[in-house]
Design a protein around this ligand. Structure first.
Ligand code: NAI
Ligand SMILES: Cc1ncc(C(=O)O)c(C(=O)O)c1O
Length: 311
């Protein structure tokens, strides 16, 4: 596990930061998790024990000496750091302000990896003093369970940094996927293509949310978790793909904005788990129960998928 930095800093302790920090720490790094919000830090500290249990359950690679410390003191969080992973909200101006605060405190050799969901790295790097040190490192949620990370160099990213980050990701046994830069990167382009069609089908009343979830989980998700879309085409036959895509592609949803019914729900304060209601409604204790079911399912699925050939 020699490629792993001895000291790493995660900036932003919301949905993504704690799982990222815990994964690196279990692999042996000393990790500082920083946030501007005391409340976010308190929540992360409370969740850390649970996340450690999950990492143990999936046999995430472990090495002695790793730890996570939590705090709102940026200078302390950056002391001696080699790798910074930025996980603050998805707003370009905020991320650029954070980069400026970081660059005022760190040496030129320190790497900054951004967990942006899809803002082009080249755009983000424009404001940096040392643009070559910025690289995209897109973890998938929940980051301590999904063992794949997209690596996206921008136009200014140092070439050597790409290989270095690939080695870091391999050091904690995740699959690095190296990509060329494109808005949304690969994972979210595919996910958002699926979500666009799903939301259109719901809006048009073609299927219920329950029916949609069952169809996508068993008809698509189960299959794609084993074979991937490229191999799926070989299994189905390229001639079948041609026959279907020739009439179906032109009928698929091509909306460019968020669906109105989603905007309406947001206006009503329905954001999902975080507000006890979104696509579904949740009563007392339901959100905690669903979160547990999801984690249990992901642990079981990851164990199974790790034990079968990579087809
Ligand atoms: N939520 C998700 O499923 C995924 C999110 N991402 C990306 O990761 C990044 C973080 O997303 P989430 O964790 O969901 O966001 P979040 O909103 O849950 O957490 C962000 C945290 O950053 C903190 N923060 C705000 N300004 C800060 C500053 N100046 N310095 C330090 N901390 C600051 C907030 O207090 C908050 O705790 C975003 O770029 C997002 O697009 C990537 C993969 C999945
Ligand atoms: C709905 C949604 N949007 C973005 C992301 C991301 O990868 O940035 C995710 C995710 O699961 O990681 C997501 O579910």
């Amino acid at each position: 596990m020699s490629s792993l930095p001895s000291i790493a800093t995660v900036i932003g302790s919301g949905t993504m930061g704690p799982g990222i920090a815990a994964t690196l720490a279990r692999a042996g790094a000393t990790v500082r998790l920083y946030d501007i919000s005391e409340d976010a830090i308190a929540r992360a500290e409370a969740a850390y024990g649970v996340v450690q249990g999950v990492l143990a359950a999936v046999d995430s690679p472990s090495a002695p000496g790793g730890s996570v410390s939590f705090g709102t003191d940026l200078d302390a969080a950056l002391e001696g750091t080699e790798l910074i992973i930025e996980a603050v909200p998805e707003k370009l101006e905020l991320k650029q302000k954070v980069f400026a605060d970081l660059e005022a405190r760190i040496g030129d050799e320190v790497i900054i990896a951004t967990n942006t969901s899809g803002i082009p790295i080249t755009t983000m790097a424009e404001s940096l003093r040392v643009p070559g040190r910025l690289i995209g490192m897109h973890w998938s949620n929940p980051p301590h369970l999904i063992p794949m990370i997209e690596i996206i160099p921008g136009q200014a990213t140092d070439e050597a940094l790409v290989g270095q980050l690939v080695d870091i990701v391999k050091a904690f046994n995740y699959v690095p996927v190296l990509e060329k830069e494109i808005p949304g990167f690969v994972e979210n382009r595919v996910l958002y293509a699926i979500l666009r069609e799903c939301m259109a089908l719901l809006e048009e009343g073609i299927v219920t949310p329950e029916g949609l979830d069952a169809c996508v989980k068993w008809g698509i998700g189960y299959k794609l978790s084993v074979i991937g879309p490229t191999r799926l085409l070989d299994m189905a036959g390229l001639d079948i793909y041609q026959a279907v895509s020739s009439y179906l592609n032109k009928d698929l949803d091509v909306s460019t904005d968020t669906p109105q019914f989603i905007k309406d729900k947001i206006a009503e304060g329905k954001l999902g788990f975080k507000s006890n209601g979104g696509m579904y409604e949740y009563g007392e204790g339901d959100v905690d129960a669903k979160r547990k079911e999801i984690v249990t399912g992901l642990i079981a699925a990851r164990k199974t998928l790790s034990s079968i050939p990579n087809v």
